[in-house]
Design a protein. Structure first.
Length: 324
């Protein structure tokens, strides 16, 4: 295989993990790579680490740019990518040595536009060397037409995350990650799946996700987390137009985002009225779809309480946290 893969790594304040991430890419058994390291104005030594690796391997290209956030860094990589295929790796994560080879084999054999693998999880201080790899499971399934969007909404189906996938770079024509948003992939992945003629989903787990307490999505509640609700609404409206048979699942996923925000709010003591009113409005508008879905009873109770009064649901969640 000679197809070039552009590997885009957005980088910010991860000097502890960055060498492990880069090494995992350099050790890939698939070698025809363009490795784009995007230093997003990182105030630590990440920029120097990138430059040192670029001296060692001519496949590495380094972008140093002012801080613009994860979306902006990914977009900067997409803009200069020359590979026919593209993948993303978060700089505190890493990949197993055969990941790109296995995924490219599947993508080319199936003549697909997008291939996705499963993830492994590692703890904060784990490395590529310390990660135990189970027997490889390369079972896969292919999806076309409406089926590729159906699997996107299935539990244990396709995932929203930008990483853990190889895309035809052409899918990103006129599509970019929204600058300034967190949960940026919620705004984007469904559009890429829609564009793909064929999606391959493999049970092989080659991407290693680090459970990092300092990550953006793992942080204490902030109003930025409302981006997930906004993204889910845009996604659901798109699905309702192009895949009306999946409207129920798409609108129910808005309430999943509301639940996540409300859990964070209940744990942080956050009280801003405008935010609570926004969440309340969405529970009342979309809660009926969630109640029809196959969700756990206690999650439906949260939804019902929030539809009546989000403050009551907040108290309920606080009581659950205390074990009452």
């Amino acid at each position: 295989m000679s197809e070039l893969i552009s590997v885009v790594v957005p980088i910010y304040k991860v000097e502890k993990y960055l060498p492990n991430c880069i090494e995992s890419i350099l050790q890939q058994t698939y070698c025809n790579l363009e490795i784009i390291l995007v230093d997003d104005g990182s105030p630590d030594n990440c920029g120097k680490i990138c430059d040192e690796y670029a001296k060692k391997d001519d496949r590495i290209r380094v972008i140093h740019k002012p801080n613009g956030g994860l979306s902006d860094a990914r977009n900067a990589g997409i803009d200069i990518a020359t590979g026919e295929y593209i993948t993303f790796i978060d700089s505190d994560d890493f990949i197993l040595p055969d990941m790109l080879k296995i995924m490219m084999n599947l993508l080319l054999e199936e003549k697909a536009d997008l291939v996705e693998c499963r993830r492994l999880r590692c703890k904060e201080n784990d490395t590529l060397k310390s990660t135990k790899v189970l027997e490889r499971n390369i079972q896969f399934a292919t999806y076309t037409g409406n089926d590729k969007m159906k699997v996107f909404f299935q539990k244990d189906g396709s995932d929203t995350t930008a990483w853990g996938k190889i895309y035809k770079t052409s899918l990103f024509e006129n599509i970019r990650y929204p600058k300034g948003k967190i949960h940026e992939d919620v705004f984007t992945t469904y559009q890429l799946i829609h564009r793909a003629e064929k999606l391959v989903l493999t049970e092989y787990a080659g991407y290693v996700y680090r459970e990092n307490s300092n990550s953006i999505t793992g942080a204490i509640f902030s109003e930025k987390k409302l981006d997930a609700i906004e993204g889910k609404i845009q996604q659901a409206d798109f699905i309702a137009e192009y895949y009306p048979e999946l409207k129920q699942s798409a609108y129910a996923s808005i309430i999943y985002a509301c639940n996540q925000c409300l859990i964070g709010i209940s744990q942080s003591g956050y009280k801003k009225k405008e935010t609570l009113d926004f969440i309340q409005e969405n529970y009342r508008k979309y809660g009926k779809y969630y109640l029809k879905s196959k969700k756990e009873i206690y999650k439906k109770i949260i939804c019902l309480l929030a539809m009546a009064d989000v403050k009551i649901a907040k108290l309920f969640l606080q009581a659950l946290k205390k074990g009452c």
